[in-house]
Unconditional design. Structure first.
Length: 479
């Protein structure tokens, strides 16, 4: 039942407007996208296409091929028992995920009772005390500080390993049911996906070994999220699932204006979500390991959005030119920077090659989107024990056959496949809309895009000048 009280636009930022709580005599109804209000104060059932949202680098927007964002879609409806909706963790203003600053606003606005704050997966452990404001602040610390949701996964039957120790700072120390902490992935640009979820647990194969369709994967994910995150008693109906998937796959999100460079489709550039929506894609497109079904060779030229900005003549110099040239140089670096790839699980070991002379596009090969075009989870070392921070667990795994021990913050794909070789593997996410969705990596370990670049510089011993790093960051902010 919908309250007749006015619900503010859930797509606008600000403490009071992002998620407004309305107390009724029996219900705390959170504005999770059920309705939107226009300047006339009346309720509207849709959000205009390409509505801009501010982020630290400028503005992002979403283009939907359905014409407008229909907030009557089940994506915005309460289908569970704990007040959550899909939109609770997938906000248009945060590039269709959630970010710590806005999560903290919701905490302060509601004293930690907004539906995102639920102990089934929002708290660091389901046994956390949430009886007081300060207790809730502690219980939801990872959500507040890094935007991390707790995912509990059981060690698969027949796994090649056992859990020897689970050093979890929050008390979730089971050796059978493992709590890992991950960023909610964006529910936009899904037409470019080859893998659903960080560990690929919602990517399915047919009996003949081929992969099922993205529609099948996302449908299963929608059911699982409703039963799990929203704690629904019953699965959504097939029609509701169909509407959710249709809604999600119609969304394309990208940065469209940069604070320094201005509009990202100016002067011949092709930034923004409309151009993105027209980008061709198929599974295996531009794959570097020969899995492109067309047989076309791999090209390291992944992004071609700002080629025209490399050659802006001095005669057309203005206050935007230096920023645009920097972005174009960053794009060129992304495409051409030689990277000696070593120690990457899923690449070096799989190919039995100690050093692969690659590029950014070796792992981010999808043209103008930047994820991997086939399902290929990799371990680049994000969860290594050497990078452990006190706010995340350290899990010790023992190989059943050899007795070898590995310590990791997150076993990744191994908790789905049970394979020793899959420890620490996760997928590479789509790179569009980066500026609006910090922090980065699956565990939020990189607070900024500068931190992301620094990770790769250190991890692969890259020889980059400070200008090179600045140019790369400037480019990534425009995606």
């Amino acid at each position: 039942m919908v309250s007749k009280h006015r619900i503010r636009n859930p797509f606008q930022k600000g403490r009071a407007a992002l998620f407004t709580s309305l107390l009724t005599c029996a219900t705390l109804l959170l504005a999770g996208g059920l309705f939107a209000t226009g300047g006339d104060g009346e309720f509207h059932s849709s959000i205009p296409n390409l509505k801009p949202f501010h982020d630290p680098s400028g503005e992002l927007s979403t283009f939907t091929t359905q014409g407008s964002i229909d907030t009557n879609n089940p994506f915005f409806q309460d289908l569970g028992t704990n007040g959550r909706r899909c939109v609770t963790c997938h906000q248009a203003s945060d590039a269709w995920t959630v970010t710590p600053p806005h999560i903290r606003e919701r905490f302060e606005d509601t004293d930690g009772t907004d539906p995102i704050f639920r102990t089934n997966d929002g708290s660091t452990c389901p046994s956390n005390d949430v009886s007081t404001l300060e207790a809730r602040r502690k219980a939801y610390s990872l959500l507040l500080n890094k935007g991390l949701i707790r995912i509990e996964l059981s060690v698969p039957a027949g796994a090649e390993f056992t859990v020897a120790n689970n050093d979890n700072p929050y008390g979730c120390t089971s050796l059978d049911d493992i709590s890992v902490y991950r960023r909610p992935l964006p529910s936009t640009n899904l037409g470019f996906l080859s893998t659903v979820m960080w560990d690929g647990r919602e990517t399915f194969k047919n009996p003949d070994g081929t992969f099922k369709s993205i529609t099948f994967d996302l449908s299963d994910q929608a059911v699982g999220a409703t039963l799990g995150h929203a704690q629904a008693v019953h699965a959504p109906t097939p029609d509701q699932v169909h509407q959710i998937v249709d809604f999600e796959t119609a969304l394309f999100t990208a940065q469209f204006r940069d604070n320094e460079a201005g509009l990202l489709d100016a002067h011949g550039a092709r930034g923004g979500p409309v151009a993105l929506s027209q980008q061709p894609f198929f599974i295996g497109i531009n794959d570097p390991l020969g899995l492109n079904p067309t047989g076309a060779p791999f090209s390291s030229t992944i992004f071609t959005l700002f080629e025209k900005w490399l050659t802006i003549p001095d005669s057309e110099y203005n206050e935007r030119t230096e920023a645009r040239r920097s972005i174009a140089r960053g794009e060129q670096l992304f495409n051409t920077l030689p990277i000696p790839i070593t120690g990457v699980g899923g690449l070096n070991d799989a190919l039995k090659v100690p050093v692969i002379h690659g590029f950014c596009g070796t792992c981010h090969d999808t043209p103008n989107a930047g994820d991997h075009s086939v399902s290929a989870p990799l371990n680049i070392g994000i969860s290594d024990a050497s990078r452990r921070t006190p706010d995340l667990p350290l899990i010790t795994l023992r190989n059943i056959k050899t007795g070898e021990l590995i310590q990791t913050m997150d076993p990744g794909r191994a908790l789905i496949s049970g394979k020793w070789a899959d420890i620490g593997k996760t997928k590479g996410p789509i790179l569009r809309g980066l500026a609006g969705r910090a922090p980065y990596f699956h565990n939020g370990s990189a607070a900024t895009l500068g931190d992301v670049v620094d990770f790769y510089v250190t991890r692969f011993n890259l020889n980059l000048s400070e200008r090179d790093k600045d140019d790369l960051v400037a480019f990534l902010k425009t995606l």
